[in-house]
Every structure is written in C-alpha cells, then in structure tokens.
Design a protein around this ligand. Structure first.
Ligand SMILES: CC(C)(COP(=O)(O)OP(=O)(O)OC[C@H]1O[C@@H](n2cnc3c(N)ncnc32)[C@H](O)[C@@H]1OP(=O)(O)O)[C@@H](O)C(=O)NCCC(=O)NCCS
Length: 351
C-alpha cells in the first residue's frame, strides 16, 4: 500500500538517499546529492510542495512543484512547475511516479493553478511517457548550452566589470525584463520581488550578479549560481564517444590547453548562468568571459545556461560548448488561449 504525503524536514536524509539512487542522463549519467539539505534547492520559491510516496514506512518516491505567475500569450497565468520526480529503482513500474504526478495535479487544482509545465532532459523516455499518458502536451524543444571552462578568456573592450550593488537593482531589473520581453513563461520582475528572490536563493546574492558598465551606465548583467553548493553532481558513466573524446583531448592537451570531460567518479562542477540582461551582444560576451575566468579560478568545469534562444545563442556558441535538448511539456487545467505557445521564445531557468 502506497501512501502519498507532504515531505517534512525529518525526511531530509531519506530524500537525499533516494536521490543518490536515481541518477539521470543518457550519454552522461550523473548522480545527484543535495547534502546537507534536500530542501535548499527550493528555498527561493514563494510557494512550493514536496511530496513523498511511502511504502511500509520507507520513502520510495518523491516529486516537487512550485507555483508562480508566468506570462503566456501576453496573459498572466498561475502556473505550477513540476520537477524532481524520482522513484526508487527497486520500486519502478508499479505506478508510483504516476501516483505522484496525479497528486501534484490535485494539489495544483486545489490551488487554482491555470497550467502545469515541466522540462524533461533529452530522451528521458520514461518521464516523457508519464507526461503524455497524463495528457501533457509537447510545447517545444529548447537548447541548453554547456560552456567548457578550461582557459582564461581575455577581455576585448574597455568597459568596467564589477559585482552588482543595491543601487543597480532597478537598472538590472529593466535590462533583464527588456531581454526577455518577448518570451513566454517569463513574467517581468518588479524591483522588490527580484530583491527578495535573490535574498531567498541559497548560495546566491548580489555579488553573484556582475554588471558591465560603460560611460557611467550599466549596459549588461549576468548572474552565476554556484550550484555545486546546492546539488553536487558526480559522473557515473560516460558514453563511449565521450570516453574516446577524453583520450583524444588528453593527447592534444599535451600541445595546447583543452577542456577535459570529467571521468566516472569525478565531480561535474558547474555554475548556472542566469539573470541575463544586455543592450548589446558584445557586452554580454564580455561578462561571459569574465565569469569564465572566475569559474576557472574556482575549479569549475562548465557554465550551464538553460533554454537558450536567439540572440543569446550567438554569444554562447562562440565559446567551446556542447548542447543538450530540454523538452517542454505543459497541461492546461482550465480553458486557456495558448495560441502560438511553443512558436514564440520560451523562458527557462532554475525555477
Ligand atoms: C521516471 C521515473 C520517475 C518513473 O517512475 P515509475 O514509478 O517507474 O513510473 P510508473 O510506474 O508510474 O510508469 C508510468 C508509465 O511511464 C512509462 N515508463 C516508466 N518507466 C519506463 C521505462 N523505463 N521505459 C519506458 N517507459 C516507462 C510507462 O508507460 C509506464 O506505464 P506502464 O508501466 O503501464 O507501461 C523513474 O524511472 C525514475 O525515478 N527515473 C530517474 C529519475 C528521472 O529521470 N526523473 C524524471 C525527471 S524529469
């Protein structure tokens, strides 16, 4: 008999144990570990629900959702973002993920949510099947960029780059809102809400947002979230092509500086790039170079940007990178006009 209930603080070590048993990925299989707190990842969310599936007193599955306002087709919607669905490998194919997904939908309905959405990493067929069986619709496939950090990047303009300060907040908010004004699943920030979001996000503050200043005006901003402090990722398995690539890179690396893909057992250290705002692409390029150099000094191997659309792709593709696809799925819970949803740009971030 499976019981679905809300997670409580006392479930922390069981949830971390379950998470370690549920690696994800196909060509690169990663194990996740949220120690010391499974709940840190969600601290910045205003409204969230973490549920667990319990059998014979043991947690065998879990799922999370966060409620937030988002804009789709020019209208503000109350949305639920579904994430962190996982089931103990020894209890799979017994319908536990389906029960958790159904319960998340019930909670969303109880909270007057208009639409649920989620993002599924490339080719995660079990997860795709679950969404499709629950009548989620495929909205769009969107590209995430993984930039390799392996050598210092030289600045090429004479602007000033510095950590953001409180008086910069209105300008930063304007830059980010202008950058994402055409995106669905983005809701323009207000200065006080943005400030609160930064304060609540674990291991992230104004010092993590750097600004590019020229002629006394902030022209661009870029944040980097040291996600290793929230969730450590360890490589469990590499696809054969990546193992061969590593050998080739190790050989070529004798002659020049080249990136290395972490080997099984090694940590994949990363910063998430977020809070992107810019007036010109060259200013954003300078900030990416700057964050690359900070990352290099801190032994970070990759910079990840979720869901990148043009023209940000033009900046990121200039750096040595690999990409992955995120499948966006959504399910309206009410009559909604979703005309063009999926054809327009879609905003994706570490919600
Ligand atoms: C994805 C996951 C949560 C599924 O859990 P589960 O409890 O086994 O799923 P269910 O038993 O509810 O499966 C429901 C349906 O999904 C599909 N499905 C589930 N696992 C599948 C698999 N390995 N291959 C193909 N389809 C699968 C089937 O259609 C299944 O229905 P069926 O058993 O009647 O054929 C589990 O495999 C998991 O924890 N994976 C690792 C973490 C992960 O990838 N999470 C998703 C992040 S987006």
């Amino acid at each position: 008999m499976i019981e679905i209930r809300n997670a409580v603080e006392e479930d922390n070590s069981a949830l971390i144990g379950l998470q370690k048993k549920c690696p994800m990925g196909r060509s690169l299989i990663l194990q996740f570990d949220s120690s010391p707190s499974y709940f840190n990842r969600s601290k910045h969310q205003t409204e969230n629900h973490i549920i667990v599936a319990v059998e014979a007193g043991k947690i065998v599955g879990s799922a999370s959702c966060a409620f937030m306002e988002k804009r789709v087709n020019g209208k503000n919607l109350r949305t639920a973002y579904n994430y962190n669905l996982m089931v103990d490998p020894s209890h799979r194919r017994k319908g536990i993920a389906t029960l958790l997904t159904e319960r998340r939908e019930e909670i969303a309905t109880e909270h007057n949510i208009d639409m649920i959405f989620c993002q599924i990493t490339q080719d995660n067929m079990p997860s795709i099947r679950i969404q499709e069986k629950r009548n989620f619709i495929h909205v769009k496939d969107i590209t995430s960029y993984v930039l390799m950090v392996y050598k210092p990047q030289r600045p090429s303009t004479n602007g000033v780059i510095r950590p953001a300060e409180e008086p910069d907040l209105p300008r930063i908010v304007d830059l980010i809102n202008d950058t994402y004004s055409e995106y669905d699943l983005y809701k323009p920030h207000k200065v006080d809400e943005f400030k609160e979001l930064i304060e609540k996000r674990v291991h992230y503050d104004l010092n993590n947002i750097h600004v590019y200043e020229k002629e006394g005006e902030v022209k661009a901003c870029l944040g980097y979230w040291d996600y290793n402090k929230v969730i450590q990722m360890t490589v469990l398995q590499l696809a054969r092509k990546d193992q061969l690539m590593n050998l080739a890179l190790a050989f070529l690396g004798i002659f020049t500086k080249l990136p290395r893909i972490p080997k099984p057992g090694q940590r994949l250290t990363q910063y998430f790039l977020q809070d992107i705002g810019f007036t010109k692409l060259e200013y954003l390029t300078e900030l990416v170079k700057h964050v690359n150099n900070i990352a290099l000094n801190n032994n970070i191997r990759v910079l990840i940007t979720l869901g990148v659309e043009e023209p940000i792709t033009d900046v990121l593709s200039k750096f040595m990178n690999t990409t992955s696809t995120e499948h966006i799925y959504a399910k309206p819970l009410k009559e909604l006009d979703l005309t063009g949803f999926g054809q327009r740009k879609v905003f994706l971030s570490m919600e």
